[in-house]
Design a protein around this ligand. Structure first.
Ligand SMILES: Cc1cc2nc3c(=O)[nH]c(=O)nc-3n(C[C@H](O)[C@H](O)[C@H](O)COP(=O)(O)OP(=O)(O)OC[C@H]3O[C@@H](n4cnc5c(N)ncnc54)[C@H](O)[C@@H]3O)c2cc1C
Length: 152
């Protein structure tokens, strides 16, 4: 029997869903409980980019639009709430071109940082692509639909 799962909306929740789904499938494959070739995932997104939703999309935000929660609590990976903060720590040296307004360690106090939402958007793009590649590497059929075209 084969299954097709559809995720409508490739924003924050869709990205988290794809990450979690790929991880659960990996666990089932490891236990020989699943044949990945029988599972297909279709993701539908009406905007041009997968990952960010409305509040993180760079064309919707200005640099002073910051996230309202500590970055260390905004990670989208299950059981890893610090993932967003760790992603920023790891990538901030390369932010200069994309986010010229970014200055290290200027966004919070006591380990609670509020970054511009566009940076959260870049994190979500990264995590979406990572999950997409992970699902493909597991042998799942993954189809992306944007404006009724198939692409990533
Ligand atoms: C102005 C604003 C500021 C916010 N600030 C914060 C914040 O600082 N911190 C926080 O935690 N939360 C914030 N939120 C809440 C935020 O919406 C959620 O954190 C998160 O983005 C919700 O994820 P989501 O997947 O439900 O929606 P989204 O991330 O918006 O994803 C939904 C996706 O579905 C797509 N879509 C919609 N309809 C269709 C369709 N018919 N077919 C295909 N695709 C479709 C959209 O294009 C979008 O990409 C804010 C919300 C708003 C509006």
């Amino acid at each position: 029997m084969s299954f097709t799962f559809a995720i409508v909306g490739g924003g924050l929740t869709g990205t988290a869903m794809l990450q979690l789904f790929a991880e659960k499938v990996r666990q089932e494959i490891d236990l020989n409980l699943l044949n990945p070739s029988e599972i297909k995932i279709q993701i539908f997104e009406k905007q041009e980019t997968f990952g960010p939703g409305f509040p993180q999309r760079d064309r919707n935000v200005m640099p002073f639009h910051i996230t309202n929660m500590c970055a260390k609590d905004m990670g989208i990976l299950f059981g890893k709430s610090a993932d967003f903060q760790e992603w920023v720590d790891h990538h901030q040296d390369s932010f200069q071109e994309q986010f010229p307004y970014f200055e290290k360690a200027s966004f919070g106090q006591g380990g609670c940082n509020h970054y511009p939402r566009a940076i959260m958007g870049a994190y979500l793009i990264d995590r979406f692509h990572e999950a997409y590649q992970k699902a493909q590497a597991l042998g799942l059929g993954v189809e992306l639909f944007q404006d009724l075209r198939l692409s990533i």
